[in-house]
Design a protein around this ligand. Structure first.
Ligand code: ZN
Length: 405
């Protein structure tokens, strides 16, 4: 946080306060007496802190609850719509920006195309402009915005709020937090996009309430976010979850990282396209080329999916192979981490029905019986906004559960 930054949210320095706030968030509407019971704090402490929370407008009193005899207790809930968080997903070709309420309802969203001649300065200006646009579009008051979360592909140092290396944009050392905090004077968090997605799914998607889960993003690249004991795991130098660069076929195609047979080189969007193009050049019959208007360069993951919907045998085979490779990668992670849930997001997850069967078959075959029985594999709930919502959740995490930051 920028030194000397003012605002009512400095108040979360008190752990008891965030503890109470989080109980109200997860259990509300809830009475003061129930909060005391759940937190093991004394009733006077609860009353004091709730007083401060009411004053800050983060919490409001709602309807009366049921009484177990005597006066009906006053119930408390989070004033979800009084404050907003901005979430930004910096992808390869565009930026997605959303404004959400404290319970992750999307107020407004916008998508901005990235120009091809990017520099650090141009990107930072675009981000500042994007935040200004969403503030206007959603008619937000700056003093009610709790913070800005940014999910960025590539290597990110979340402690410094710096994008260390964004391979697809060919940019290095982008001081995202510094630039946005200077521009808006509110707290900014930056995290890798797949890890942000995992956090979002863990708070608001299919990972809710799950202690240990892995969310895998499969789109233009492949990355994962690992939640251990409800906490996002970063690793020793912020690269935990780089599952896209684990080897699943030692003799496989060359990957963007220089290695051969990485998961990413077999299941990401470009890999699906490359396999399709090779098969077509070898003379395989398919409606794919026709859907791409006869242009090899127009073939996309989306077109392969469209062809699969029309039961095109080549498309079905390509997606089955994708599911098979993804299943091998996921079996490895299941054996390593023993998660309760594996959640698959990103563009490729749209083809879920065509890849999941082969994927599950490989998981069954290759993961050990005990962890295999413990795990559920699902597609992501938050869809196209998963990374942006996850980025905003970085700020919500600081507010409601700083012990997990
Ligand atoms: Zn690789």
């Amino acid at each position: 946080m920028v030194n000397g930054m003012v605002g009512s949210f400095q108040l979360m320095k008190s752990l008891n306060k965030s503890l109470i706030l989080n109980v109200i968030r997860t259990e509300g509407p809830i009475s003061r007496a129930e909060i005391a019971k759940k937190t093991n704090l004394t009733p006077p402490t609860v009353t004091n802190i709730v007083g401060e929370l009411l004053e800050s407008n983060l919490v409001v009193e709602s309807d009366l609850g049921n009484s177990t005899g005597g006066r009906k207790p006053i119930m408390l809930r989070i004033n979800s719509t009084a404050f907003q968080v901005i979430g930004i997903d910096v992808a390869i070709s565009h930026i997605r920006v959303i404004a959400i309420t404290l319970d992750a309802q999307i107020i407004q969203s916008l998508k901005i195309k990235l120009p091809s001649n990017l520099t650090n300065e141009i990107l930072l200006d675009l981000l500042i402009d994007a935040v200004n646009q969403i503030i206007q579009k959603a008619d937000l008051q700056q003093q009610n915005i709790i913070g800005i979360g940014v999910g960025m592909h590539g290597l990110v140092n979340p402690d410094e709020g710096v994008s260390i290396y964004a391979p697809n944009l060919h940019l290095r050392q982008i001081p995202i937090r510094q630039a946005l905090e200077e521009a808006f004077q509110i707290p900014v968090e930056v995290e890798n996009d797949a890890r942000a997605m995992a956090l979002g799914e863990s708070w608001f998607g299919n990972g809710q309430g799950v202690e240990n889960s892995v969310s895998i993003y499969v789109g233009m690249g492949v990355g994962a976010g690992i939640i251990l004991n409800h906490k996002l795991y970063r690793g020793a130098s912020h690269t935990a979850g780089e599952m896209g660069h684990t080897t699943v076929d030692a003799n496989g195609p060359k990957c963007s990282c220089g290695n051969y047979g990485c998961l990413e080189a077999l299941v990401a969007g470009p890999a699906i396209v490359a396999r399709t193009q090779t098969a077509l050049r070898e003379g395989r019959e398919s409606i794919i080329l026709q859907l791409a208007e006869g242009d090899f360069d127009k073939i996309s993951g989306e077109i392969v999916y469209q062809a699969a919907l029309q039961a095109d045998p080549l498309a079905l085979e390509i997606l089955r192979d994708t599911g098979r490779y993804l299943g091998i990668g996921i079996a490895n992670i299941i054996n390593t981490l023993n998660p309760q849930k594996v959640i698959i997001g990103g563009g490729v997850s749209k083809s879920g029905e065509f890849i999941l069967e082969a994927l599950r078959e490989q998981v069954q075959r290759r993961s050990l019986e005990t962890p295999c029985q413990a795990v559920t594999i699902e597609t992501a709930k938050l869809g196209g906004h998963a990374t942006a919502i996850g980025a905003a959740t970085l700020i919500l995490r600081n507010l409601f559960a700083p012990e997990f930051s």
